[in-house]
Design a protein around this ligand. Sequence first.
Ligand code: 2AL
Length: 244
Amino acid sequence: MKLKIINPNTTQSMTDKIGQCAAAVAAPGTRIAAVSPRMGPASIESHYDEALSVPGILDEILAGEQDGTDGYVIACFGDPGLYAAREVARGPVIGVAEAAMHMASMVGTSFSVVTTLARTCNIAWHLAERYGMKRFCRDVHACDLPVLDLERPGSDARRIVAEACRRALARDGSDCIVLGCAGMADLCEEIAEAIGAPVIDGVSAAVKMAEGLVSIGLGTSKRGDWARPLPKAYAGMLAPFALN
Ligand code: 2AL
């Protein structure tokens, strides 16, 4: 099967890292294509960044529908454009926050989210609410790290994130940690080992969920809310997004 992992930000080093983490957990028969969209922000850490990442994500989904992609992962913890993407995809589309929170709720009765900047905490809370995961989510903690610091040598990000996870677990009395940024995917194993509790990276979680759904023949339902959008004209820069 062919899975497309879309890092909605345009930072190629992060896309490469996400692709490696996805490939490391994929089954032998799964082909992973990790991409950044042609347009979008360098990192996503505000509602503005999220909104402007969505056209690039949809562009990648539309291309995937042409080239036989079986399933998709949106690899940004805000799950930007997830429901719009489902409207145009036949296969499953999984958001990393959605996948991580669901898997966390299966390995513990409570989780703590550790994310990048404090301003993204509310985005995580909104998602927990949307997915019915709020009752499992004890709290959302920020490391006060901008997303691109995860890519910057010398930023001390590994230590900062690990320490934030340790503190979150202790303060919340939670059972496990959800990493609140796709750019933290490579830190998962070492933090789990350091803190002695499950740490869930949404990229791995979403890859396995997409793989599982495709392997049992499940795609996005086209009957109701996620039916294909109606054909109409789109004006200006969005003209190429008009569907037939
Ligand atoms: C993210 C993420 O996963 N990728 C990105 O650019 N921003 N989310 C976050 N909370 O930092």
